[in-house]
Design a protein around this ligand. Structure first.
Ligand code: NAD
Length: 253
């Protein structure tokens, strides 16, 4: 049976672990060649190895998404290696601190906005230029349920993720007629290293967070990856500008 992404060239940022790695594996299973971009060399090389061991095709590109020179070089390397760029999943992110708004450290604020919001813009900037030159493509950005509603003590993260939703809608409108679809996924609580770090920073968060999802459990990273693969595929050809909640019903409450 043909894969959902057969013959596509995909780029995934933040793919050394968590949602990004699982999505890279889903994309490879569905027939895409996958460029794995991350600051974490060891983890990203392991993602590439896992894909190759399963019979897929992948490369690693060392990238800090908060740096324009890196995101430009990232897209250039994808095109030099695979000839084009069909799908991009802008997923790299950090959780930041968990403190009330007036106490939020300015340095953390800058870092969270720099990676989670500016990093998505810089990545899209380079990806859209390439996609325009080849006549189309599909982009998915990782927002969060924190891009759809507030979370106390998460000001920079929530602001960045709301920004990602706005950026997604704006780019979708700008390039709808050019054959470039731009969507976002808004995951609920996903069992990843980021969530574990958040639990260490705020132990009371760990109590009952899975139960707070209407489905009564945390998501597995691959459950987000399956939604991203669909959004990037031809099956979603009329879907653009959509922040899709993949959250076990959390924002429906
Ligand atoms: P994670 O910490 O497991 O993975 C994040 C990845 O981003 C890592 O591979 C890390 O090395 C990479 N990264 C960090 N800074 C980077 C930079 N400057 N340049 C390139 N790569 C960088 O986290 P995750 O839970 O898999 O999160 C992935 C995305 O999903 C993030 O954008 C996060 O905000 C979002 N998200 C996560 C959850 C959750 O519950 N885990 C929920 C909603 C949204």
């Amino acid at each position: 049976m043909a894969g959902l992404l057969d013959g596509k060239v995909a780029l995934i940022t933040g793919a050394s672990t968590g949602i990004g790695r699982a999505t890279a594996q889903v994309f490879a299973r569905e027939g895409a060649k996958v460029a794995v971009a991350d600051v974490n060399v060891e983890g990203a090389e392991e993602t590439v190895r896992l894909i190759k061991d399963a019979g897929g095709d992948a490369i690693f590109i060392q990238t800090d998404v908060s740096q324009a020179a890196d995101t430009e070089a990232m897209v250039k390397t994808v095109v030099e290696t695979y000839g084009r760029l069909d799908c991009a999943f802008n997923n790299a992110g950090i959780e930041g601190d968990f403190v009330p708004t007036p106490d939020y450290p300015e340095a953390t604020w800058d870092r969270v906005i720099g990676i989670n919001l500016k990093g998505v813009w810089l990545s899209m900037k380079a990806e859209i230029q390439q996609m325009l030159s080849q006549g189309g493509g599909a982009i998915v950005n990782t927002a969060s349920v924190a891009g759809l509603q507030g979370i106390a003590a998460g000001s920079a993260y929530v602001a960045a993720k709301h920004g990602v939703v706005g950026l997604t809608k704006t780019a979708a409108l700008e390039y709808a007629k050019a054959g470039i679809r731009v969507n976002a996924v808004c995951p609920g609580a996903v069992d990843t290293p980021m969530l574990k770090r958040a639990f260490e920073k705020v132990p009371e968060m760990a109590e009952g967070i899975g139960a707070a999802e209407p489905v009564g459990r945390l998501a597995q990273p691959s459950e987000i990856g399956e939604a991203v693969a669909w959004l990037c595929s031809e099956a979603a050809s009329f879907v653009t500008g959509h922040p899709m909640a993949v959250d076990g019903g959390y924002v429906a409450q």
